[in-house]
Design a protein around this ligand. Structure first.
Ligand code: TPP
Length: 372
């Protein structure tokens, strides 16, 4: 439940060395209120349903992959359901979301029809990217899901640029940029955070820290393991968040998003989470032992939320079974929709490959240039 905030304004000896500009860090733990006190029953049930939809959708995706109905690379959000739902719940509908390739759950949490997501995984014309993108390239401008990106960190400069566009156009929106833990080690991460802090861009950088970049643990790949501390180098707030609690994720995201909107202060969120399966559907996951797997299964965010709902008297087993049946049917309907959708016409292969012509002329923009 705890959210640990790292702020560049106060001091903590163990991490002060990391503050290259001499600013020190502080760590403060805040205890979240019990879920029932922070969300009404309907809202909590809605979160549970969305998380269950992601769980069942991803299980079905794994099955469809094994049946060769889905091709290419495919990465699942199993175990990360609370991060997908909490993150999207902390954003406004007009805010933009950029993600890496592990993004099916975000598309569903953003409210995109599961049939259109499954159709994309099947490579069909009715998919969100008209079958041209597949699992790693879900895109829906209307829902402001600006894409899954397969190149590790590819979304960071784009999200940062979107933040700059928002400022130049004088718009009120915020950009949320999701990434994995290993992404915090690449150059584009540091370049993006540097510019976002320097130009005061409304971007929230969100690390879904599932402990591994493929088979490499965070400790084996990063000199700093408390990844939110990387924020201090750029003088922006860094927060560590329990990613197994949907309300904690929602509240921490909301705070960071509203800070970005009202103060144009970017934030780095380090959301601690777990992936229940390997890196991708074809990863045999040999680098994690049974003890570790047992431990993470015991923290399953979905099972925990079901328990809380029951203990708060919001649902009983019968209602949970009913929701499970409904979600099962929804996922089955998504598969049928995908199955019925036609293959893209090969003659139109390049239809969405390039952007339409854009006038490359200086324009009068209402917002200020951050470097002026
Ligand atoms: C530039 C680049 N280098 C390497 C790869 C191969 N690769 C794909 S996923 C991955 C690990 C990324 O891990 P992380 O950022 O923690 O994200 P997660 O998979 O945990 O969501 C790597 C190295 C790639 N896609 N792009």
């Amino acid at each position: 439940m705890a959210v640990v905030a790292v702020s560049p304004r106060s001091s903590r000896p163990a991490t002060a060395r990391a503050a290259a500009n001499g600013r020190a860090l502080a760590s403060k733990a805040r205890r979240g209120a019990q879920p029932a006190a922070r969300a009404d029953a309907e809202e909590l049930l809605g979160f549970y349903r969305q998380m269950l939809l992601i769980r069942r959708f991803e299980e079905k995706t794994a099955e469809m992959y094994q049946r060769a109905r889905i091709g290419g690379y495919c990465h699942l959000n199993l175990g990360e359901e609370a991060t997908c739902v909490g993150l999207c719940a902390g954003m406004q509908p007009n805010d933009y979301l950029f993600t890496n390739y592990r993004e099916h759950g975000y598309a569903l949490a953003r409210g995109i029809d599961p049939g259109r997501v499954m159709a994309e995984l099947f490579g069909r014309e009715d998919g969100v990217s008209h079958g041209r993108g597949g699992s790693m390239h879900l895109f829906d401008l209307e829902k402001r899901l600006m894409g899954g990106y397969a190149i590790v960190g590819g979304q960071l400069p784009l999200a940062t640029g979107a933040g700059l566009a928002i400022v130049r156009k004088g718009q009120p929106d915020v950009v949320v940029c999701q990434m994995g833990d290993a992404t915090t080690n690449i150059g584009a991460f540091h370049e993006s955070l540097n510019l976002a802090a320097l130009w005061k861009l409304p971007v929230v950088y969100v690390v879904i820290n599932n402990g591994f970049g493929m088979g490499t643990s965070v400790a084996a790949g990063s000199a700093v393991v408390a990844l939110h501390e990387k924020a201090c180098v750029y003088g922006m707030p860094g927060v560590e968040v329990d990613g197994n609690d949907v309300l904690t994720v929602r509240d921490a995201t909301r705070e960071a998003v509203e800070r970005a909107r009202s103060e144009r202060t970017p934030t780095l969120m380090n959301i601690l989470s777990y992936r229940l399966k390997g890196h991708s559907v074809v990863d045999p996951d040999r680098y994690r032992d049974e003890k570790y797997l047992h431990e993470i299964r015991s923290k399953d965010p979905l099972a925990h939320l079901a328990d809380r709902l029951k203990h708060s008297g919001i649902v009983d087993d019968e209602v949970l079974t009913q929701i499970d049946d409904e979600v099962e049917r929804e996922v089955q309907a998504a598969v049928e929709f995908a199955d019925d959708s036609p293959e893209p016409n090969p003659e139109k292969l390049f239809e969405f490959s390039y952007a339409t012509d854009v006038q490359n002329q200086p324009a009068e923009l209402p917002g200020e240039a951050p470097w002026a």
